[in-house]
Write a protein that binds this ligand. Structure first.
Ligand SMILES: NC(=O)c1ccc[n+]([C@@H]2O[C@H](COP(=O)([O-])OP(=O)(O)OC[C@H]3O[C@@H](n4cnc5c(N)ncnc54)[C@H](O)[C@@H]3O)[C@@H](O)[C@H]2O)c1
Length: 422
């Protein structure tokens, strides 16, 4: 493993020849699901880390050694990192050897990339950037963001990229719920603005990443990350389109998929209620925006996946019309199993739409605490199961897997994930 040995004069004490070289100082911009785990992993590896967030409540919580997001074991890591003095949270960035940008990269209502957070974070660090520094963009970003946004906004005019200062993109591939493990274990793609930038960033990541590291250009790294998520979206889109087609043709989509997957070179995914979360349902739009004329398939997969919740709402409404004001039980609001994340969740969208259409809905999500959710009432699983005529399985939380078969047989069931069938 390489020691990062290019610290700035301001932040590195003169080393005597017998002492171990001092670890670099790191300034992490954005302390959310990516920034906070990264900052605390680095802190526990001996880096002197300042984590920066624009939200005062986030800064205060972290400085008390506590966390504001749900992620297994992160509380222990942050407590230890803050307790040892290696991690401090702040409202403003400080001079450092390495700057890592982990701010949000959402899309606008009309699916255009919103780079305002990256722009703001880049501008804020610019007065602190010195010769010898490394700047890494970790946020998932549209092609050429490192080159066209980070370099012009974060690098002082008198410094040359690749000679005086080093700029790279290193996208994150972690899975929520396994972030601490995957941030260290996963292979990484590092894209440098120049080969020297990539090598400088590699030397830094080798300090804490156990997975293999591949270097390339910054734009290739940006596109690689977006291609990964678009690949997932297109494949899920195929399964979702198939499920709607099967409904029209009056065949069972899961049976069709099971049978087709017996072909040695076919592996169709399981359909669901749509695609949620803030990665797969967002990132493909960055590619579409970059070249609309060349990405009809990626755009269409997004549209198919976005259409699936509406398809299901219409299907459920049709079933409900056979009853007199039935109770519809909606099981699950989170976008995927066993997490509390409601961002872009099709399960939440379906429940909302049924309520908005005037149906009597009882909703349940064991991971969403009622005190943190006030849009509509939440109920216990037993109550929902007992009182609904139509039971809609939206998120495959493990608590829902054991609803007794004889209970399901008494209801009209819409199992959007196929867990009761399996
Ligand atoms: N969460 C994931 O699982 C995941 C996985 C892979 C990639 N990513 C990508 O990583 C990036 C960050 O995602 P996240 O989930 O950590 O977001 P997040 O919303 O959890 O955290 C971002 C933090 O940045 C802060 N912030 C905003 N502007 C700032 C600024 N100018 N200076 C300092 N702090 C600022 C926000 O207050 C927030 O606390 C995004 O591009 C996302 O697409 C996320």
């Amino acid at each position: 493993m390489n020691e990062v040995a290019t610290a700035t004069p301001e932040t590195t004490p003169q080393a005597d020849s017998t002492a171990k070289p001092a670890k670099a100082t790191v300034c992490v911009m954005g302390l959310g699901y990516i920034g906070l785990p990264t900052a605390s992993i680095l802190a526990t590896r001996g880096f002197d880390v300042t984590g920066v967030d624009v939200r005062p409540d986030v800064v205060d919580t972290i400085n008390q050694g506590r966390i504001h997001i749900e992620e297994p074991d992160l509380d222990i890591l942050v407590r230890s990192a803050v307790g040892s003095g290696q991690l401090k949270a702040a409202h403003e960035p400080v001079a450092a050897d390495i700057f890592i940008i982990c701010v949000p990269t959402p899309i606008t209502e009309d699916h255009r990339p919103d780079l305002s957070y990256v722009e703001q974070a880049s501008k804020t660090i610019k007065p602190l950037v010195r010769a010898g520094n490394l700047i890494v963009l970790e946020s998932t970003s549209p092609p050429q963001t490192t080159q066209n946004v980070v370099v012009p906004l974060a690098v002082p005019d008198d410094l040359t990229v690749g000679e005086d200062v080093f700029v790279a993109h290193c996208p994150e591939r972690v899975l929520p719920g396994r972030i601490l493990l995957e941030a260290v274990q996963n292979d990484r793609v590092i894209g440098g603005m120049t080969p020297a930038c990539a090598e400088r960033a590699r030397a830094f990541y080798e300090e804490f990443v156990a997975g293999e590291i591949f270097t390339t250009s910054a734009t290739a790294a940006e596109v690689t990350k977006l291609v990964e998520n678009s690949y997932r979206d297109v494949n899920i889109g195929f399964a979702n389109e198939l499920s709607m087609l099967a409904d029209r043709l009056d065949v069972d989509p899961l049976e069709i998929i099971q049978l087709a997957n017996r072909h040695p070179r076919v592996n169709i995914l399981t359909p669901g209620p749509g695609v949620g979360g803030h990665c797969i349902s967002v990132d493909p739009w960055f590619l579409v925006h970059a070249a609309p004329d060349l990405t009809p398939l990626i755009r269409m997969a997004r549209e198919v996946n976005d259409r699936k919740p509406h398809f299901l709402v219409e299907h459920i409404k049709k079933l409900a019309s056979q009853f007199n004001s039935p109770v519809i039980g909606c099981l699950g609001l989170a976008y995927k199993a066993d997490v509390d994340d409601l961002r872009e969740s099709p399960s939440l969208e379906i429940t909302r739409d049924l309520i908005a259409a005037g149906h009597r809905v009882m909703a349940c999500d064991p991971y969403v605490p009622a005190e943190r959710f006030n849009e509509f009432p939440l109920h216990r699983l037993e109550e929902v199961v007992a009182q609904s005529q139509i039971l809609v399985l939206l998120t495959d939380h493990r608590q829902f897997k054991n609803v007794p078969r004889r209970v399901l047989e008494e209801k009209v069931v819409v199992d959007t994930r196929g867990i009761w069938r399996r």
